[in-house]
Design a binder for this molecule. Structure first.
Ligand code: AMP
Ligand code: MG
Length: 358
């Protein structure tokens, strides 16, 4: 996402929260971090400024550490693991990488393989590792190269975790085309980790917001955290509303959105976005954005990506398999689909009629 887009989203969020009645019992401490490859806004409610600052500093250090550990190709534990996965060697890796693998194996299975962090080679083939490189000349991948990788069928179950009592767990891959990219999951797991850290520090009212992917703790001085959801078809015209919907979040709720407008390149007038359908090897078709509300931020993150790929027809089935009740999907024709539970919670700020799918 470009910086101005992120800044726009923050503005939307502040605008909505500014409309709340102010019950100023405890001050808000807000800080914006550039970490984890994105802008992260932290809001803590606390009477103790020193406690709040120490917590924010800890979160900043921890976000930096996890970003390095979990980056798929830049020098940390996951990048080293990716080099070794293409051979059949068995090796030890960071415990947190093992945990990511284990959780992803489960989520990938629940999503019928649509959420598939084993497709790192496909993501590289599409050059999505270059999206932040402004001078990069994007090309379309060779169709044969896409076909070959899809045929090689890298899956999370291709990674075998070996545990023994007296040494650390070790892993190996039974498929050399496996390369791990946790871009659809790591932000959620990191936010979940940070929320746990805040609770350990006795902070029970907070919002951690990574450009619209977020989790809340407690309330904002007695009122729920009111969040704006970006309109995926927004263009800077007077008739276009940048906010599609608003929702009140309660203690420990997470809200994650996957959108085709977030990261993409253009080639010969066509847009190619960053969410790949592992069945075709091409960017998933049919969806503009999916928003998922769930308690666990890692689950919300993985599910928003899986349901984006599932698309307007298949999402209710995959949502059920992943245990997700609250979904909003906007399709390519801007039709809005809501699960019944989401319809109960969300406030649409558009005249369009939503379709409630049971
Ligand atoms: P998100 O914005 O959470 O939907 O995550 C999108 C990111 O996840 C992409 O930038 C890729 O790094 C990665 N990704 C793309 N397609 C998939 C997929 N089918 N399964 C898992 N991760 C994916
Ligand atoms: Mg995701």
């Amino acid at each position: 996402m470009k910086h101005w887009q992120r800044a726009g989203l923050l503005f939307i969020l502040l605008l909505i929260t500014a409309c709340q009645p102010q019950q100023t019992s405890q001050p808000l401490h807000q800080q914006q971090l550039f970490t984890f490859g994105t802008l992260i806004d932290i809001t803590l409610v606390s009477n103790n400024p020193q406690q709040a600052q120490q917590a924010i500093d800890e979160l900043s250090t921890e976000f930096d550490r996890l970003h390095e550990l979990w980056h798929p190709w830049e020098g940390g534990a996951l990048a080293r693991a990716n080099q070794q996965l293409s051979s059949s060697v068995t090796f030890a890796t960071a415990p947190s990488v093992i945990t990511l693998i284990q959780q992803s194996q489960q989520l990938s299975k629940q999503s019928d393989g649509l959420f598939n962090p084993a497709i790192g080679q496909l993501i590289k083939l599409w050059q999505f590792d270059q999206l932040d490189n402004e001078s990069f000349q994007f090309q379309l991948p060779e169709p044969d190269a896409i076909k070959t990788l899809v045929h090689q069928n890298p899956r999370m179950t291709d990674i075998i975790i070996e545990r023994s009592q007296d040494s650390e767990p070790r892993i190996h891959s039974i498929n050399p085309s496996v390369s791990l990219d946790f871009g659809a999951f790591a932000k959620g797991v990191a936010i979940e980790t940070m929320i746990r850290k805040l609770k350990t520090r006795n902070i029970h009212s907070a919002l951690i917001n990574a450009g619209g992917d977020l989790k809340v703790l407690g309330t904002k001085n007695g009122t729920p955290w009111r969040i704006g959801i970006k309109n995926p078809e927004y263009s800077p015209k007077p008739s276009s509303n940048p906010v599609l919907a608003a929702i009140d979040l309660h203690n420990e709720e997470s809200l994650f959105t996957s959108g085709n407008y977030e990261r993409f390149f253009e080639f010969q007038g066509q847009r190619y976005h960053h969410i790949i359908d592992p069945r075709s090897g091409y960017p998933a078709k049919g969806t503009r954005s999916v928003t998922v509300l769930a308690k666990d931020a890692g689950l919300a993150d993985a599910a928003s990506t899986a349901l984006f790929i599932a698309g307007p027809k298949q999402w209710p089935d995959i949502a059920r398999k992943m245990g997700i009740d609250h979904v909003m999907l906007v399709d390519e024709d801007n039709r809005i689909y809501l699960s019944p539970a989401m319809a109960q919670r969300i406030e649409l700020l558009t005249t369009a009629q939503a379709i409630i799918v049971k």
